[in-house]
Design a protein around this ligand. Structure first.
Ligand SMILES: Cc1cc2nc3c(=O)[nH]c(=O)nc-3n(C[C@H](O)[C@H](O)[C@H](O)COP(=O)(O)OP(=O)(O)OC[C@H]3O[C@@H](n4cnc5c(N)ncnc54)[C@H](O)[C@@H]3O)c2cc1C
Length: 293
């Protein structure tokens, strides 16, 4: 029997755990997430925040699934470090430290938008929208009229459209390297950069680099992504452009340590775009690889 530890319970981690368990009842499977929720579909978060679906429709499984399938689901538990020589994963569970020994470790901890280092970026009303908790926090701010979004990528365009359809006044602040696909009806695109978020107790306005002020109810930053890989520091994993590098079996440079999903890239295709469905397929094929090796 192998002890399999999976870090991250989303598209990659949940799929792997489910697929590994479906094919083999003997292995011990531990699935760790720092969030307080069952695995959920991040693609549906916009529908959830606008009340089109209920929270339970976001979930990829029901609350008994992990128990019924003998998957040790740990939530909310944060992984803080790794020792690949001793094959130990270090975690924080509330205030307690807990460690897990593994035979096979799979890192599926994904990537997140980060807030810029500008004045006011930590004020209430400023969001980077990575998790279900972030969307729950955003909801009350959407009562206001004007939402400012910084970013020029599929996420910011989709978010801008979803807000505009709901009659919000949307200002999309974009450095126009990529052409913005049309139509972005009802959305004011401003080719600039936010240099400050202004407000007493919460965000009330943004300052653009030209000095212009714009009043806002909420500010969303979707500009820069970073891997959730703080815990691999010092573990000796090959990293490039912030991604964990894997070979064609999704194994890292360290034996028995694999990576899958948004955080992992093949050495020769670092810039590859990965979709939710692509990640599900990738996790399924990694499960097959592990089951046959
Ligand atoms: C609002 C929104 C809409 C999207 N829409 C689409 C879409 O329409 N189509 C599409 O293809 N993609 C979409 N995406 C992107 C897609 O959701 C991601 O590509 C996908 O979720 C990546 O899956 P993943 O399993 O690699 O990582 P993630 O989904 O990022 O999950 C990472 C997991 O790791 C856990 N974790 C991270 N760090 C730690 C730690 N230190 N300790 C413990 N646990 C940790 C997290 O809790 C989480 O469970 C969207 C994303 C968002 C946020």
């Amino acid at each position: 029997m192998s002890r399999i530890v999976i870090i991250g319970a989303s598209a990659a981690g949940h799929t792997l755990a489910a697929k590994l368990r479906e094919a083999n009842k003997d292995n011990s499977i531990t699935l760790i997430t720092e969030e307080s929720y069952l695995a959920y579909d991040r693609r549906m978060l916009l529908d959830f925040v606008f009340g089109l679906i209920k929270e339970k429709e976001l979930y990829l499984c029901d609350k008994d699934y992990y128990r019924d399938n003998n998957i040790n689901f740990l939530s909310p538990v944060k992984v803080t470090g790794l020792n690949p020589q001793k094959k130990i994963v270090y975690c924080r569970d509330n205030e307690k430290s807990v460690n897990f020994n593994y035979d096979i470790l799979i890192i599926c901890s994904g990537r997140r938008f980060i807030l810029p280092q500008i004045e006011g970026a930590r004020k209430p009303g400023v969001f980077n929208l990575n998790s279900l908790d972030d969307y729950k926090e955003l909801a009350p701010y959407l009562i206001g009229d004007t939402v400012c979004l910084a970013g020029n990528n599929k996420f910011s365009w989709d978010m801008a459209r979803a807000l505009a359809v709901r009659k919000k006044e949307v200002k999309l602040i974009a450095v126009a390297e990529n052409p913005i696909p049309q139509p972005l009806e009802g959305i004011e695109v401003i080719n600039s950069q936010i240099t400050e978020v202004i407000g007493e107790s919460q965000a009330q306005a943004i300052r653009l680099k030209e000095g212009k002020l714009i009043g806002v109810a909420a500010v969303i930053f979707a500009e820069e992504l970073k891997s959730n890989a703080e815990f691999v520091k010092g573990a000796g994993l090959d990293i490039s452009s912030d991604y964990i590098l894997v070979d064609n079996r999704m194994q890292t440079n360290i034996p028995d340590v694999y990576a899958c999903g948004q955080i992992a890239r093949y050495k020769d295709s670092i810039n590859e775009e990965k979709s939710w469905n692509g990640i599900i397929q990738e996790a399924q094929s990694l499960a097959e690889t592990l089951l046959t090796s």
